[in-house]
Design a binder for this molecule. Structure first.
Ligand code: ZN
Length: 170
């Protein structure tokens, strides 16, 4: 399937989904549905959208949304963690806890997390005190200051068997 055919197919699918959304939402709600292919260089992968609002209104709403959420982007995403591991930097000696987003290691494991990660100082930090790994009986919400391994959603979506938790250091 070439690029045009693929885009044509995606466009049709989007319109199908848009019809469903329109049926589900209360009448005075507009929606904008965006999609673009993963892992494409700019200009290669085209962003496609469908909306029940006209284009000017849709663009205006998106601009306002981006402007308003720019500074706290990510803060409103609720991330659940179900455990933690201790890491120590070989270079600066710092030790800290890396929390695990649900899906990284543990129960219902979708991907592992790396044994060695890069410390903020540039050194290499390794998983230590394995016997002290924490496993929570119930997942908790990640707090702002907690470093953690994020689920590699892109890798998961692409069925990448090498997908690994992505370290996010606070
Ligand atoms: Zn360090």
């Amino acid at each position: 399937m070439n690029k045009d055919e693929l885009e044509e197919e995606v466009k049709e699918k989007l319109q199908g989904i848009a019809k469903q959304i329109k049926n589900e939402l209360p009448e005075d709600f507009a929606f904008i549905l965006l999609t673009c292919p993963f892992n494409k260089k700019p200009n290669e992968g085209q962003m496609m959208y469908v909306s029940n609002a006209n284009r000017d209104d849709a663009v205006k709403a998106m601009k306002e949304f981006i402007q308003k959420t720019k500074n706290n982007y990510g803060n409103d995403t609720k991330i659940l963690v179900h455990g933690a591991m201790q890491y120590r930097c070989e270079k600066c000696g710092k030790e800290w806890r890396m929390w695990l987003e649900v899906g990284v290691e543990g129960e219902n494991k979708k991907m592992p997390c790396p044994f060695s990660i890069r410390c903020k100082c540039g050194g290499l930090a390794q998983h230590i005190n394995w016997q002290d790994d924490i496993w929570l009986p119930k997942p908790i919400l990640l707090e702002e200051k907690m470093s953690y391994f994020q689920l590699d959603r892109k890798g998961l979506n692409n069925h990448d068997s090498n997908a690994c938790g992505i370290p996010v250091l606070k």
